[in-house]
Design a binder for this molecule. Structure first.
Ligand code: F3S
Length: 296
């Protein structure tokens, strides 16, 4: 069995920055807390907790002396206000790509524009974006959701459209096409981040060359789930959080297996999965040979 590893697998720039910021503070002797898990990967979060990082629900529940690292997903403005009111020091690891969307939301408020957000309303990034405008907002997760929208209260006002950074590329293209025809005044901002574009594109390409694509990532990670959706159009796509979840029977008749990973997956976990596939399932190929095969 040949194994092809995606070049875009694993930590993206924004997640890497947030993790490094957190560890630098911990190493500098600071007491550090995050509001919710820093990244959508339980193993990486457990490692941080071992090193003293506290995962809190809200600023209200923080013990004295803790400083907050704001996650790469960002937070609503109300959270900054609450941190200030409580005198809690914070370090902002909001990914610059997310910050850019929050600034568009702020502009929407200033210019009286309606804001349309393509994304998952329950995702913290979307809640953070929505929490940057007090104006009219509508969140939709696909074309059907967009078509169900009754339209802006005041059609004369400007209409801004953004996407969650990890929104599925093909869905975004579909929705953008519809919007251009239905709302000719819509200002559409392409806010899916480059790392997401590249990772989804590579998952799609890889899935067409493989009998199975293993996607490594947190079961609650939205960008991991999107990689599975993209790959499932062309091949069998399975998701694992760690090497222990690999099922040898998945690979019974497989000639070529692909491996990719979500933006919150540490390289150590990717390596464990590759090692496990190499040693237990793919006796004939060493880890190095497998990586070389993926370069071809
Ligand atoms: Fe930022 Fe894109 Fe990662 S928005 S957090 S670089 S997936």
């Amino acid at each position: 069995m040949k194994i092809l590893l995606a070049k875009t697998a694993g930590f993206c720039f924004g997640v890497n920055r947030a993790v490094e910021m957190t560890y630098q503070l911990v190493d500098g002797g600071h007491k550090v807390a995050t509001l919710g898990p820093l990244i959508h990967n339980p193993q990486a979060v457990a490692e941080m907790e071992k090193r003293g990082v506290l995962v809190a629900e809200s600023p209200a529940g923080l013990p004295p002396g803790y400083e907050v690292v704001i996650r790469s997903h960002g937070v609503p403005r109300s959270v900054y206000d609450e941190l200030s009111e409580r005198g809690i020091c914070w370090h902002d690891a909001t990914c610059p790509f997310v910050k850019k969307i929050q600034n568009i939301a702020l502009r929407a408020e200033k210019e009286g524009a309606t804001l349309l957000v393509a994304g998952d309303a329950a995702h913290p990034e979307v809640q953070g974006i929505v929490g940057h405008t007090s104006g009219e907002v509508y969140v939709f997760s696909d074309l059907a959701g967009l078509k169900a929208w009754a339209g802006p209260k005041d059609p004369q006002k400007p209409l801004f459209v953004v996407a969650q950074t990890t929104f599925q590329v093909s869905k975004w293209q579909e929705c953008s096409e519809f919007l251009k025809k239905a709302y000719t005044n819509a200002e559409i901002f392409d806010t899916i981040c480059n790392a997401t574009w590249a990772r989804q594109q590579e998952a799609e390409d890889l899935s067409q060359k493989c009998d199975i694509l293993v996607v490594i990532g947190g079961h609650h990670s939205s960008n991991t789930q999107k990689l599975v959706e993209v790959a499932a159009k062309h091949t069998r796509a399975v998701t694992v959080e760690t090497a222990s979840e690999l099922q040898p029977e998945w690979f019974a008749d497989v000639k070529t297996a692909g491996v990719t990973a979500g933006a919150s997956t540490p390289s150590s976990i990717i390596e464990e999965v590759l090692n496990s596939m190499s040693e237990e399932i793919n006796d004939s190929m060493s880890f190095e040979e497998m990586l070389n095969a993926s370069e071809e």
